[in-house]
Design a binder for this molecule. Structure first.
Ligand SMILES: NC(=O)NCCC[C@H](N)C(=O)O
Length: 258
């Protein structure tokens, strides 16, 4: 059944200790990050999403990046086993939240690792990034969880950025967008549009032609507006310093059964 709920998780007071892998560490202003997070949540609400706060996990610096802890396909919530050990505790509260919402719960098991940021769904095609955080066993377990439900899992190499969705996301019509220097194999996607900025590759689909994007990609916002999309922007500079992007701050639940 169509639903418009989104999981979010308040930033930890230890946010500034979050992991950085592909970029230089920069000082994070936690107070500003909280303001930016609140504005992000407000943008989701303004555009028709009911936001559900997962209990905060103050001891986990990266817990605000809730996308990495669970992958939804239909009514099934696949609880991940994050590739970074420091993030594994984050899944506990998320599992409880999705179970309360009536999802069927499934899990990635050792030796599998999977970060939700490595999973991009385009219709029933589920692209899974095989990179620093997601291993081959993780990809195989996504297949086992979702293919019996009608998905087709397509593994994609990721070597230049943290996650698959740091490199590419998809527009409402299924066109995959990415900033070419950061995409390993653009030819793997049937329809690919190159965008001028790295953070322009990240869109959250708000419904209809509305896209939520970071304020740091004005040229891409202009391009997508010119193509007929309605672009809503949020400043997420403090999360970008930790390799976060608009997608990773929420998990949209579009097919809840309950
Ligand atoms: N899905 C995402 O883009 N997640 C961002 C995670 C950033 C966090 N600092 C990490 O390295 O795990």
């Amino acid at each position: 059944m169509p639903s418009k709920k989104a999981l979010v998780r308040r930033p930890s007071p230890r946010l500034a200790e979050g992991l950085v892998t592909h970029i230089e560490r920069e000082k994070v202003d936690v107070g500003l990050a909280v303001e930016q997070w609140e504005a992000y949540v407000e943008a989701l609400r303004t555009h028709g999403w009911e936001t559900i706060e997962v209990d905060p996990e103050d001891d986990c610096p990266d817990s605000v990046f809730v996308e990495d802890t669970v992958v939804m396909y239909k009514n099934v919530a696949l609880i991940t086993r994050p590739g970074a050990e420091s993030r594994r505790e984050e899944t506990v509260g998320v599992e409880e939240a999705v179970a309360r919402l009536g999802c069927s719960v499934n899990w990635i098991w050792e030796p599998g690792t999977l970060d939700g940021g490595d999973v991009l769904k385009v219709g029933d095609t589920v692209y899974v990034g095989r990179g620093g955080r997601t291993n081959a066993a993780g990809v195989q377990q996504v297949r086992a969880a979702f293919e019996p439900l009608g998905a087709r899992v397509v593994p994609v190499p990721v070597s230049k950025v943290l996650h698959l969705k740091s490199a590419v996301t998809a527009l409402p019509d299924g066109t995959v967008i990415g900033h070419i220097p950061k995409v390993d194999r653009p030819s793997l996607f049937p329809g690919f549009l190159s965008v001028p900025e790295e953070s322009g590759a990240h869109v959250v689909l708000l419904g209809g032609h509305k896209l939520l994007m970071a304020a740091s990609a004005p040229k891409t916002a202009e391009l997508l507006t010119d193509l007929g999309h309605e672009v809503v922007t949020v400043d997420i500079s403090e999360f970008e310093k930790l390799e976060g992007c608009v997608t990773c701050l929420s998990v949209r639940l579009r097919e809840l059964y309950a």
